[in-house]
Design a protein around this ligand. Structure first.
Ligand SMILES: Cc1cc2nc3c(=O)[nH]c(=O)nc-3n(C[C@H](O)[C@H](O)[C@H](O)COP(=O)(O)OP(=O)(O)OC[C@H]3O[C@@H](n4cnc5c(N)ncnc54)[C@H](O)[C@@H]3O)c2cc1C
Length: 383
């Protein structure tokens, strides 16, 4: 519970929503309510927001790490070495975890924030095979997590791979918190993250009016409000449709001439037939207090330069036959050609949105995760 427009409360709601953890948000509007419900002095009390768990535990202004620990989800690596380490817990990484562990590889999955990746931020995925009514990204991720764990995948949350070292037959990866993981093969499935607007001081407004992403946790709090969604891709289209269930009006803002250039037909049809959604083309600025930015993504592959892994001009990891085209003097060291999803470092694979030339879809990320594991087996058999 907490006050409206609190970045700390938004971060917690977003985390719980994307992790598929049921929760109730209680918005405090008077000092009296703050005293009675949250047991704090008033609405300005720095101990807000307060989280109360089913067992009665009460955490004041908790960090996501504290919440993850309370849920029993925070672990240290249990092994000295793994056959396979997967970086990124989006659809590609989760799929690789299911196939790796189910095929007998000692598998660890390292996720920087919340499982599900971009897919976990969407209210409904309607074009994923086998779910004709659609499925929320958070539910899809939770099902995949359960499946991966059943086969024995170890999941390390809130850990970001930042550095790697390659020794013959083995790799070591270092997390931002200093944790070291040793592995025989790795799959990089770190996807992309939302591009920022890059306006001066924009961080001041994050979570208090400006939100990066589809804002699934916020939609039901926008009742009778005017909401603006920036972006013309499917993620923006889905976000607009979800907001239109609650908001008074939703405006989609795009710089281009028409949505049809960037949006799937099924979303376009629904948007154009919704009386609550307006599309503003050739537009850059507007006055609003609810701005959701779905601007497309960029990969975070800064670590690749330190270990000589080839990236394209936009920093996507180059793999397999595409390496020929990106020969930057970083030589392929083996007699055999690189496998289709293998980077120029033998045994280091890339799958999903982070890969140069990938199709930016859940199904293709899941497919590449499974395929990468098949190549990992071939690589391990050779070594
Ligand atoms: C709002 C939205 C709606 C969408 N809707 C659809 C749809 O309806 N249908 C469809 O097919 N596709 C949809 N997409 C696209 C789809 O979600 C992506 O193509 C897919 O999620 C890509 O999966 P991925 O595993 O490659 O990467 P991501 O989903 O980007 O996952 C990457 C993960 O890696 C983690 N990570 C990043 N760096 C590190 C690091 N150094 N160490 C550890 N972990 C790290 C991130 O935290 C993230 O969890 C949508 C995307 C968005 C944003």
């Amino acid at each position: 519970m907490g006050i409206q427009r609190s970045p700390a409360a938004y971060a917690i709601r977003d985390f719980l929503q994307r992790s598929d953890v049921p929760f109730q948000w209680v918005e405090l509007t008077t000092d009296e309510e703050a005293r009675e419900k949250a047991k704090v002095a008033n609405l300005r009390d720095e101990r807000l927001p307060v989280c109360v768990f089913p067992d009665g535990t009460r955490l004041e202004r908790p960090t996501i790490r504290q919440i993850i620990e309370k849920l029993g989800w925070f672990h240290d690596p249990s092994r000295a070495e793994y056959d396979l380490a997967i970086f990124g817990g989006g659809p590609a990484g989760l799929s690789a975890a299911v196939y790796g562990a189910s095929e007998g590889l000692k598998t660890v999955l390292i996720e920087h924030s919340v499982l599900g990746g971009q897919a976990g931020t969407t209210s409904r995925i309607e074009n994923y095979l086998g779910f004709p009514e659609g499925i929320s990204g958070a539910e899809l991720a939770e099902r995949a997590r359960e499946q991966a764990c059943r086969f024995g995948t170890e999941i390390l949350l809130l850990r970001e791979g930042v550095r790697a070292e390659f020794q013959p037959g083995k790799f070591a990866a270092y997390m931002a918190d200093g944790t070291k993981i040793v592995m025989h093969a790795s799959i990089c499935a770190t996807g992309v993250e939302y591009q920022r607007l890059g306006l001066p001081n924009e961080e001041r407004f994050w979570g208090v009016g400006v939100y990066y992403g589809a804002g699934v946790s916020e939609a039901s709090l926008c009742v009778s409000e005017d909401v603006f969604v920036v972006g013309g891709g499917n993620s923006a289209g889905q976000a607009a449709l979800n907001f239109s269930k609650f908001a008074r009006k939703v405006t989609i803002i795009i710089r281009g001439a028409a949505l049809k250039e960037t949006l799937s037909q099924y979303l376009l049809d629904r948007i154009l037939s919704s009386p609550k959604i307006e599309v503003r083309t050739h537009t850059e600025t507007f006055r609003t207090s609810r701005l959701f930015l779905c601007l497309g993504g960029a990969p975070r592959t800064h670590w690749a330069d330190d270990v000589g892994i080839v990236c394209d001009e936009q920093r996507y990891l180059v793999t397999g036959p595409d390496l020929k085209q990106y020969d930057t003097g970083k030589k392929w060291p083996l007699d055999r050609a690189p496998y289709y999803l293998e980077t120029n470092q033998p045994g280091v694979f890339a799958a999903g949105d982070v890969r140069h030339g990938s199709i930016k879809r859940c199904a293709s990320a899941v497919g590449e995760g499974a395929m990468a594991v098949a190549f990992v087996h071939r690589y391990l058999a050779d070594h």
